[in-house]
Write a protein that binds this ligand. Structure first.
Ligand SMILES: O=C(O)CCC(=O)C(=O)O
Length: 255
């Protein structure tokens, strides 16, 4: 693992994201790639197919090349839960958000050849948790480049508020929302290119997007969302799900 010069927390607090090279071993990377393939091809019998989303633009194809996203990987599979609980990753998460850590969610963005972009958004706009200081650990399962649709971020945008996500965005036959162009300064955007096995950590208010995959190979990224065990559930009607404690202690009246 290659730790950058500045303390990670200094960079994370300033920019809202930080990268660490070569966090996974070759063996860990191989195991995750193998398992994500099994899930995407429907070979992991116990994994619920309802958690698999398909690319809207890849018509007529089935199997791994047509999968856009797999939701709740760690919640439904031990291989991904072991990754979420990887002590090398949790040590970094602890240095950024403190010692009491729960798993908020996980998803694998498959970005196959021809996979579409995901426009600018803040994860906190979708998370019913306060304070809105969750952390996403995004692990590159393939080299992530501008050409194949790596993440792009607006440094420092996590220090602002949660913006309105009121610009409609069509994902196949369903609508999603994005932030309007006039709400951020696109000229300071940074591309977060990573080699396979390297990781970026981003704050849940950081504006980020990923590009379309214009290459012939997949750009798979495994995102695990972590929160402090002192966070609170804020949804007005939905009951709070059970969130797994990964490190530290639980708190009464918290998540
Ligand atoms: O990997 C992608 O394409 C999108 C990732 C993303 O939006 C996230 O990790 O929150």
């Amino acid at each position: 693992m290659t730790i950058p010069d500045l303390p990670l927390k200094t960079t994370y607090d300033r920019d809202g994201f930080v990268t660490v090279a070569d966090v996974l071993t070759v063996k860990e990377l191989h195991r995750l790639r193998q398992r994500i393939g099994e899930v995407a091809r429907g070979e992991a019998i116990a994994f619920p197919v309802s958690q698999i989303e398909f690319e809207p633009t890849i018509a007529g194809q089935t199997g791994e090349a047509a999968v856009r996203k797999i939701n709740q990987c760690a919640e439904h599979d031990d291989v991904f839960m072991a990754h979420a609980a990887n002590s090398r990753i949790l040590d970094i998460v602890e240095s950024l958000i403190g010692p009491d850590i729960k798993l908020y969610g996980s998803q694998c963005f498959m970005k196959p050849p021809g996979g579409i972009e995901k426009p600018y958004h803040q994860d906190s706009a979708y998370f019913t948790i306060e304070p809105s200081d969750l952390l996403t650990c995004w692990t590159a399962l393939d080299d992530a480049t501008v050409a194949n649709g790596c993440l792009h971020v607006i440094p420092g945008s996590h220090r602002g508020v949660i913006l309105d996500h009121d610009e409609p965005w069509q994902v196949g036959d369903r609508m999603d929302m994005q932030v309007r162009l006039d709400q951020y300064d696109a000229s300071i955007e940074v591309a977060v290119e990573l080699t396979a096995g390297s990781v970026s950590f981003h704050h849940s208010r950081l504006l980020h997007r990923s590009g379309a995959n214009q290459t012939g190979n997949a750009r798979r990224g495994l995102a695990v969302h972590y929160m402090s065990a002192k966070s609170r559930w804020t949804h007005p009607t939905k009951p709070k799900p059970h969130y797994v404690l990964l490190r530290g202690q639980d708190y009464a009246d918290c998540v």
